[in-house]
Design a protein around this ligand. Structure first.
Ligand code: UDP
Ligand code: MN
Length: 297
């Protein structure tokens, strides 16, 4: 019996891992311990991903918050480069959340692509603007966004697209490896360590450190994710706690408890400040330089 099982493993190993598509990146980890693919350049065929997505006739949402000075500083470039690189050929609907709808730049959109502006209240502290996104997204996913999209990506605005970010990134739930932390040992990852916080990750726990600037998934999965994080943020606030990296700490706790179905390599959200790395072949999103003095009060 056990020999049969082992033979089965061996055969599926040959079939799965014998594919040249996986061999294409022997330099990096391309699969998590729970079997989720880690998407690196060269591990997928963009044409196949495109065809599969087209056959499903998908609508893909892209949410972005632009509150206060983040709007004038980043939003136009984010949207203009998304038009060039984000899910080109698919039906896309942007959701821009801002306190100043009239100031949203008019960006020419390609066919099958639309933009909706949703008004939000401007929180006083930048940390609260960042954290409040989980509650706002949760509500949007139960409203029009949830009705019109099948999959949604939620992104920071302080970045721009540099090359194709396509349907290869789609899955039931998607987490982004953090560019500054993907090669660090687990004990060095900046999880929330205060056991009183709902975001607490104990020593020895945690798989990767994920970046809150990019996460995504199906509407159902994201309702779960944003609901979990909004409740956890609220619980901490009631106890006078604020996790080390705000909503990102809670996102990391969520993905420790509910493993993502797909993980994006740091190529999908890269910081040019890190400098050259052999394994980073084609960055898809690039962080803007951190100009906190200009955008944060
Ligand atoms: N944000 C915003 N206005 C603010 C603070 C944050 O619009 O005053 C939004 C914006 O989309 C930003 C995201 O929240 O990209 C996260 O904040 P930030 O990028 O400053 O955090 P960091 O990436 O530095 O952790
Ligand atoms: Mn950011």
């Amino acid at each position: 019996f056990w020999q049969l099982i082992l033979l089965g493993f061996g055969l599926s190993g040959l079939l799965l891992y014998g594919l040249p598509i996986v061999r294409a990146r022997p330099d990096v980890l391309t699969c998590t311990s729970w079997g989720a693919p880690i998407i690196w350049d060269g591990t997928f065929d963009p044409a196949v991903a495109q065809q599969e997505a087209l056959q499903q006739n998908l609508t893909i949402g892209l949410t972005v918050f632009a509150v206060g000075r983040y709007l004038e500083k980043y939003l136009a470039r984010f949207l203009e480069t998304a038009e060039q690189h984000f899910m080109v050929g698919q039906r896309v609907v942007y959701y821009v959340f801002t306190e100043l709808p009239a100031a949203v730049p008019r960006v020419a959109l390609g066919p099958g692509r639309g933009l909706r502006v949703e008004r939000v209240v401007r929180e006083r502290r930048w940390q609260d603007v960042s954290m409040q996104r989980m509650r706002t997204l949760h509500e949007a996913l139960h409203g029009r966004l949830g009705r019109e999209a099948h999959f949604v990506f939620c992104m920071d605005v302080d970045q721009h697209f540099r090359s194709s970010f396509g349907p290869e990134a789609l899955a039931e739930s998607v987490a982004q490896l953090h560019a500054w932390h993907y090669h660090r040992p687990r004990w060095l990852l900046p999880y929330e360590r205060d056991a009183r916080s709902a975001a607490a990750v104990a020593p020895g726990e945690g798989d990767f450190y994920y970046h809150a600037a990019v996460f995504g998934g199906s509407v159902a999965a994201l309702r779960g994710l944003t609901g979990h994080c909004a409740r956890a943020l609220q619980r901490d606030r009631e106890r006078g706690l604020e996790a080390r990296w705000h909503d990102e700490s809670h996102l990391n706790k969520f993905f420790w408890l509910h493993k993502p179905a797909k993980v994006l390599s740091p190529e999908f959200c890269w910081s040019p400040d890190i400098g050259w790395r052999a394994e980073i072949r084609r960055p898809r999103l690039l962080w803007a330089p951190k100009e906190y003095a200009l955008v944060r009060d």
